[in-house]
Design a protein. Sequence first.
Length: 399
Amino acid sequence: MLGSKSDVNTVTESRSGRAAEISGGNGGGYALGIIAAACLIGILYWARIVFITATIAVVTALILEPFVSLLVKLRLPRGMASFVVCIFALLAVYFAGLATYNQISSVAGAVPAFKEHLGDFVARISDRIQALQDSSARILMPRKAAPAAAPAPQASAKKSRKPAPPPPNPATLPGFIPEVRIHDDRNPIVDYVYGQLGTLYQFALMASFVPLLVYFMLSWRDHVYQSFLRFFDGPDRVTAARSLQGIAGMARAFVVGNFMIGIIVAGLSCGVFALIRLPYAFLAGTLSGLLSLVPYAGLVLALLPPVLAALATGAPSTVLLIAAFAVIALHLAAMNVLYPTLVGARVHLNPLIVTFSLMFWGFLWDAAGLVLAIPITAGIKAVCDNVAGLRKYGRFLGD
């Protein structure tokens, strides 16, 4: 009997010990996961210039890959095809930048006229608001009788007063210590500019690596892909291959699809603005088409360039209305027709995750993070969808 009780106690103690070990192991695993995530976030923030440069190069390579594949099908070597595509891409960026610079230069020359037109517009709006307030006050507030006029005060004789004695000079008092003032000749604007030069130099230096990275990513794609798969064995290699294909497919669908949508909307906007003779039609159309791709706020941001161009140059109200209607129609057509067709059903991210990813990557990488947030999150979801142990996270990220 005693032996049976001791056996039961031993079994109970062993089970409780295993449960404590399991709970302690889970707690330790969670702690290690939190520490690893914090270290990863710190590295992403500390070396953000390097990661931003690499991500931009990857996105650019995904955009140019279909053109390289087309030249490879025409029996052109992959290295030569990558070089030709990169050269044409650089020329396209150069000519687009040159045209944008010419438009901005003409806008800068008309800044005084812009200020005058905007001042007149603001004055008209202020006058209308003031007139509305006055009419509302007359309607809502009852009229009061005018107060009786007060009698004019009689002129009083001026009394002669002796001038007050001047205050004593502090420098003539005993024990006077002169105040020493330090003149700070520094200009805060100059200090800010000098402070930003280092960051601009780093970004310019890293931006110079983007063409080289894009070329090597395109020309050495097959070699890098096969070498990466050699890190895995057996079923893990198949999972890694599917993950890479899922990342490439989802990122290409999102990046290339949005790029084509932006080009189409920008081209149509430029054409419509030129037909209605909106000032600076090329600049306003290009900015409107690209800003329309911003999540959630795309429509509002797309309206700003044509509205500002029309108001600042004193264009007729009919031009402003037609431009606004064209922007709204193009945005709705892009989101309801072009987006499902070009982007397809590969990218499924729920709105909560999209908003959180914009906040997170915008905090880490500023403006670049806002642009790259959705492609990065879509790539993470592609990995989670193809790895068996991470599929629950992929379902959480999806819609």
